[in-house]
Design a protein around this ligand. Structure first.
Ligand code: ADP
Length: 193
């Protein structure tokens, strides 16, 4: 299996690039943010729980997120691989993911971060908030809190994967096609086909 983790701060373009990558490499795309929003829309117990955290721009607790992610993986036994988007976001999640994949004799193939400056991204998110309907995109304070969460809890994961020689970074600023090109160059060099 090919298992890719896509990192990037809020607004860095993970969702947009994931659309392309999942097709090119035949991966099942799992976006924890999308799964939470789907649950909120359908008013499930999980959705109601997640919403209290998401609306403030806080991370949803690890135990909840890890369990949800594992059940989504298990729903796709035929997958040729996964594209994890928005997961892991904490060290506990990364360790749980490694342990979970190991039980299936699988592992993370590579992680790629889309890099971009916070100020550019905040402006992008406020713009997206005008049409996305996402409460967490409409208030600069909540957006800044998401960057705080990212910088404190998610950024350290880059070291975790670098220590396993599985970390790559690409410049996330440029046209969608340019960024896609950069991501493909990294993955193709790993001979992921
Ligand atoms: P963005 O990257 O733009 O913030 P996402 O859709 O990936 O958007 O995530 C939206 C929100 O969903 C996060 O702010 C957080 O509250 C919650 N969330 C998503 N993934 C995780 C995760 N792996 N762990 C904890 N919370 C998460």
């Amino acid at each position: 299996m090919i298992n890719i983790v896509l990192f990037g701060k809020p607004g860095a373009g993970k969702g947009t690039q994931a659309e392309f990558l999942k097709g090119k490499y035949n991966l099942v795309h799992l976006s924890t943010g999308d799964i939470f929003r789907y649950n909120i829309k359908n008013d499930t117990e999980l959705g109601r729980l997640a919403q209290t955290f998401m609306d403030k721009g806080d991370l949803v607790p690890d135990a909840v997120t890890i369990q949800m992610l594992q059940s989504e993986v298990d729903k796709n036994p035929q997958a040729a691989g996964f594209l994890f988007d928005g997961f892991p976001r904490t060290l506990a999640q990364a360790e749980a993911l490694d342990a979970f994949l190991a039980t299936k004799n699988e592992e993370i193939t590579a992680t790629v971060a889309l890099e971009a400056d916070d100020n550019i991204l905040v402006a992008r998110l406020l713009e997206r908030g005008k049409t996305s309907g996402r409460p967490d995109d409409q208030d600069e304070e909540k957006i800044r809190n998401r960057y705080y969460e990212y910088n404190h809890k998610t950024a350290p994961l880059m070291h975790y994967y670098a220590a396993q020689n599985k970390f790559y970074a690409v410049d996330g600023i440029g046209s969608i096609a340019e960024v896609t090109e950069r991501l493909s160059a990294v993955l193709d060099q790993l001979h992921i086909k």
